[in-house]
Design a protein around this ligand. Structure first.
Ligand code: SAH
Length: 405
């Protein structure tokens, strides 16, 4: 461990003053302070970015009471991200080592059944704007704020010390970094990282693509939901929005036959490799637009259906049309369920809240003419903690629906 950098000792840091409203936000368990809640024009005013580049700052309220340390992002609307409520804590190598270590330790129960999972879920783990995903012996990170970027060396040192990875890749090709005025791109930070990593997930094998795949190379957030529906799959099964076939692989273990559907030929070629890798001969891959295909096959019956579409609502204004899209695919899937059939349906749109998701399902069920039971409501797995006071940490909703007749 290298010595504590004296510049991050609390008494040598720049100070940010936040309004009563901003301080209340922290008190209620949310780590962000917006630019509008900074008190400007005082001696400790941070908003002159040239004088105060991104980094760690001490934070006080409008009466001078110390509130803790935070990441400071001069260009972002989210100016401060709380790191530590203890005003005397130094945010040094030892701090990152212990906080990252705690997040890793929380995941111990996952390793026996999967070699790819999230080690750090940003705000959900008290490490705002930091994502760390493990793919077997390699790590993929995302540093999503200017303040965090200044801590890169300490974060890498902590990851190296805890995990001894063979390589660390930064998937910093996320639009969010534009808002922080950070360069956007993929960068190898340590060692080597292969183009493909074999993921083992509850006995199913698939290839993740850390350099080029969606997110950090695979959709780790649906891991437990894939196993969940896989255990219940039977008969004729359908996996819509299949991507690399991860749900389809789990379905193929118990279903007689699986149709895996995606609009991307590239995604399906990877799905094909994954099907072969597992030795399944009961999976048919179909390149099609799910909306068109479901309409054209409305008379088909399936015993098990999975709907895991991309985020239809990427922004709030698109929510109404997104809800129409979700309702349409869900309605069609509900109608196609054989008597006693199961539908696992999900949404990863942050803007489609849980109540709206359930409302959408109820509306689809009402139009379907079927009697449908809501058997289970599902959320995020252990490694993607959704903190109740931080809505932004949660985005996945899932439901298991059964056709009663
Ligand atoms: N279920 C996957 C993740 C799905 S990601 C997993 O667990 O790994 C969403 C997928 O939907 C992408 O592969 C994308 O190519 C596909 N897609 C997007 N729009 C589509 C459409 N209209 N019809 C079919 N597939 C679509």
């Amino acid at each position: 461990m290298s010595p504590t950098p004296s510049t991050n000792a609390p008494n040598s840091l720049p100070t940010a003053t936040v309004s009563h409203k901003g301080a209340r936000r922290w008190d209620s368990g949310h780590p962000w302070i917006y630019r509008s809640d900074l008190i400007t024009g005082r001696a400790d005013d941070l908003t002159d970015a040239s004088a105060h580049p991104a980094g760690i700052v001490s934070v006080i309220d409008n009466r001078g009471k110390p509130l803790g340390s935070a990441l400071w992002s001069p260009a972002s609307e989210i100016s401060l991200r709380l790191l530590d409520r203890d005003p005397s804590a130094s945010i040094d190598n030892a701090w990152w080592h212990s906080h990252i270590g705690r997040a890793i330790a929380r995941r111990a129960a996952i390793a026996p059944h999967a070699n790819a999972y999230r080690l750090v879920h940003g705000e959900g783990d008290g490490l705002p704007s930091l994502i760390v995903d493990r793919y077997d012996r390699w790590l993929v990170v995302q540093l999503m704020s200017a303040g965090l970027e200044t801590q890169r060396d300490s974060i890498l040192a902590a990851l190296q010390a805890h995990l001894l990875p063979e390589g660390i890749l930064a998937r910093n090709d996320v639009a969010l970094r534009n808002k922080e005025k950070l360069p956007v791109g993929v960068e190898l930070l340590a060692g080597t990282v292969p183009q493909e990593v074999e993921v083992v997930e509850h006995g199913v094998r698939y290839l993740a693509a850390p350099w080029t795949g969606q997110k950090t190379g695979a959709f780790l957030d649906q891991r437990e939901n894939r196993a969940f529906i896989g255990e219940r799959a039977r008969g004729r099964a359908l996996d819509c929005f299949s991507y690399h076939g991860s749900f389809a692989l789990h379905l193929a273990r118990r279903a007689d036959h699986v149709t895996a559907l995606d609009s991307s030929a590239h995604a399906l070629s990877r799905a094909k490799e994954n099907v072969d890798r597992n030795g399944f001969d009961n999976v048919t891959l179909v390149e099609a637009n799910a909306f068109d295909w479901l309409k054209a096959h409305e008379r088909d019956a399936y015993d098990t259906i999975v709907l895991d579409p991309p985020a239809f609502a990427k922004t709030k204004p698109t929510l109404p049309s997104a809800i129409r899209g979700y309702k349409e695919v869900n309605l069609r899937a509900m109608r196609m369920l054989a008597p006693g059939g199961l539908l696992f349906t999900a949404s990863c749109s942050f803007h489609l809240t849980k109540p709206l998701f359930l409302e959408m399902l109820q509306a689809a069920a009402a139009d379907s003419g079927r009697r449908l039971a809501l058997r289970e409501i599902r959320g995020q797995p252990l490694d993607h903690p959704e903190v109740l006071t931080i809505p932004e940490t949660g985005y996945i909703k899932g439901a298991l629906v059964e056709a009663l007749d």
